[in-house]
Design a protein around this ligand. Structure first.
Ligand code: ADP
Ligand code: MG
Length: 367
């Protein structure tokens, strides 16, 4: 009979890393979120060959302090969270300290960083596959951090082949998710470029550091999209429940739960020609996430007014951090909303009221 043996450390690290960084989209998401967590007001995402060759994210955030170089890419090392209870009041995107360590295991990974007081002198950091610091050198840099990921999944041949085979679909998802961050983040300049081979760099979109999501949507999707949209500000008041297991707030305020949904949605008479999931965006406290049940509720109400088209939806659900759990899936994209059933019922009522309240059902050409 075969003997039970421990898996070699390096292999364990690779397997676990492959669960944090599952695809191109997770790389982009982790790096952009790190830039936002570092207080950046400018985030530039550059792709070579749609990310197959390289992904680079440059920000003008705080930079990394030299005393953190050694631990930067070590597993479960983070500057953002130290105890489990911090998780419930989490304000940052990151919290597991796994992204950079995983990228070391899965790609050729390097960082250039510079804190304000050191500009124009930055430091380039290189890492071992394990995440240990391999070496540093001085380079020219401005305040901020540039993270570079080359040859993603090259050491996991099956995953690499899968990435190459599905690159068209993956790329679509990457562009969509970047559009979501660019639209939701006000006061931040986003730019996304792609370079095929030695060809010319093309800009996919860029935002201008606008103060409103409305202007961001214009920058990303074009002004034409916006004329067809209704501004949305739905307030859902969930009554405190008598069932303690359904109570989400632990703050002792008798479970009072107010939810606000802010954003933009197509006029019922002016939707998108076909169903376009990349034009339906959902956020929880500005964190992009897939919320299939919420999407379904929106689409259902809309269908009551327009059966042939599908709406553009940009919806940010603002709610107390006690009312959801982001620690459900490794990619943090799945968010568990407590009390979702009641929330969805109220959402449908509020959205119907919005559509009924003004003549949003009349095509704009007839207004
Ligand atoms: P987490 O975001 O969960 O902390 P990461 O592996 O993504 O874990 O990052 C590890 C640490 O590296 C962060 O806690 C942060 O201190 C630092 N860091 C990563 N990216 C940046 C960046 N762009 N600018 C400044 N610091 C960064
Ligand atoms: Mg992170």
């Amino acid at each position: 009979m075969a003997t039970i043996k421990p898996i070699e450390g390096r292999t364990v690290h690779q397997i676990q890393s492959g669960q944090v960084i599952v695809d191109l989209c997770s790389v982009v998401k982790e790096l952009v979120e790190n830039s936002l967590d570092a207080g950046a007001t400018s985030v530039e995402v550059r792709f070579k060959d749609q990310g197959l060759e390289a992904i680079e994210v440059q920000d003008n955030g705080d930079g990394i302090s030299p005393h953190n170089y050694e631990t930067l890419a070590l597993k479960h090392h983070t500057s953002k969270l130290s105890t489990y209870s911090d998780l419930t009041t989490l304000q940052t995107f990151g919290f597991r300290g796994e992204a950079l360590s995983s990228l070391c295991a899965l790609s050729r990974f390097s960082v250039i960083t510079c804190m304000a007081q050191d500009a124009p002198k930055g430091t380039r950091l290189e890492f071992e596959v394990s995440g240990a610091l391999k070496g540093t050198s001085i380079v020219a840099a401005q305040k901020g951090t540039t993270v570079s990921v080359e040859s993603l999944f090259n050491n996991l041949p099956v995953r690499r082949r899968e990435l190459e085979r599905n690159i068209k679909r993956e790329w679509g998802r990457v562009v969509a998710v970047l559009g979501q961050y660019a639209c939701i983040q006000t006061g931040i300049k986003f730019s996304v470029t792609q370079q095929a081979g030695k060809g010319k760099k093309t800009t996919l979109f860029s935002t201008k550091g606008n103060q409103t999501t409305r202007e961001n949507i214009i920058n990303v999707f074009g002004a034409k999209t916006l004329t067809a949209l209704v501004p949305m500000d739905l307030k859902l008041e969930l009554e405190p429940t008598s069932d303690p297991s359904q109570r989400c707030s632990t703050k002792g305020d008798a479970g009072k739960k107010d939810i606000r949904i802010l954003g933009h949605i197509s006029r019922p008479a002016f939707g998108e020609g076909r169903h376009t999931p990349d034009r339906q965006m959902f956020f929880v406290n500005a964190r992009p996430c897939g919320l299939p049940q919420v999407a379904k509720a929106f689409n259902e109400v809309y269908k009551g007014y327009n059966t042939s088209q599908s709406p553009f939806i940009f919806a940010n659900i603002e709610l107390d951090t006690h009312m959801y759990d982001v620690n459900v899936s490794p990619d943090k994209r799945t968010i568990l909303l407590h009390d979702q059933t009641r929330m969805l019922e109220n959402l449908k009522v509020a959205l119907t009221e919005l559509f009924e309240s003004q003549d949003y059902t009349v095509p704009i050409s007839q207004l």
